[in-house]
Design a protein around this ligand. Structure first.
Ligand code: APR
Length: 226
């Protein structure tokens, strides 16, 4: 079966990584406009690098949980397209073969001058020089607010082709990801939401499973792999 899966910060919460909008979420300590926009980076690259260096270190210490590992198992039995809003690499370390990082990745650095990418060092600094063009305009390869998410053509194709669409651990508050369920449903897919609480787009789902991802996802995958 063709399955499109969208994940958000909630799938990594039980691995110890903070979500954005829960209590104690990242957006409680940091204003988006200070750390997650191109203007913020122009204004204060040191602060922005500090924010992503902290998240990169947290992600390096974290381990994939049962939900990440279950999705890897699902891909062994079905034609799974895994789309994540997350910038950690827990899906990859949990065994998922192909992960679409629509909001970029903490493990990747980008040169704002020449557009080349390379593996990010654990700590990035605003004076780091691009290894390709030599300019000091290196940035985290993260899609900031106001920028266009990556791989959107491939994503829309997989959402339209899906027979089953699942959203896991996302609040459904950021588009275009929040619109995927409605689009999948209109294209004929069954839609299921696996989340700790109702999301802003729960109405777009045929089925809702409420609880922690590390319990919900292995159960859901087991039912699909009988
Ligand atoms: N299991 C399942 N769901 C969980 C768990 C858990 N253990 N813990 C939290 N959740 C749910 C919350 O109920 C919430 O609905 O995960 C969701 C997390 O929502 P957000 O913090 O808004 O994260 P996300 O939806 O991934 O944010 C989307 O917004 O800030 C931008 O670019 C950022 O990619 C991010 C995007």
């Amino acid at each position: 079966m063709r399955i499109a899966v969208l994940t958000g910060a909630g799938i990594s919460a039980e691995s110890g990584l903070r979500t954005f909008r829960d209590t104690e979420g990242l957006w409680e300590d940091h204003r988006v406009d200070d750390v997650a926009t191109p203007e913020a980076f122009q204004r204060d690259p040191v602060l922005v690098h500090r924010f992503y260096n902290m998240r990169r270190a947290d992600a390096a210490r974290a381990q994939p949980n049962a939900a990440h590992r279950a999705l890897a198992k699902l891909a062994l039995r079905h034609d799974v397209t895994l789309i994540t809003q997350n910038v950690d690499d827990l899906h990859e370390r949990g065994g998922s073969p192909d992960v679409i990082h629509m909001h970029g990745s903490l493990l990747c650095a980008l040169c704002a001058a020449c557009g080349r990418r390379w593996p990010a060092p654990l700590t990035m600094r605003s004076l780091d020089l691009c290894p390709h063009c030599g300019k000091a305009q290196t940035r985290p390869d993260i899609v900031w607010f106001g920028e266009t998410p990556y791989h959107m053509e491939e994503i829309w194709q997989s959402v339209e082709a899906a027979e089953l669409f699942a959203a896991i651990g996302t609040s459904g508050q950021v588009y275009p990801a929040a619109g995927f369920a409605q689009h999948a449903r209109r294209s004929g897919a069954k839609t299921v939401e696996l989340n700790l609480s109702a999301s802003a787009v729960s109405r777009d789902f045929d089925e809702h499973r409420i609880g922690p991802a590390s319990q919900l996802v292995p159960q859901w995958v087991a039912e699909l792999c009988v």
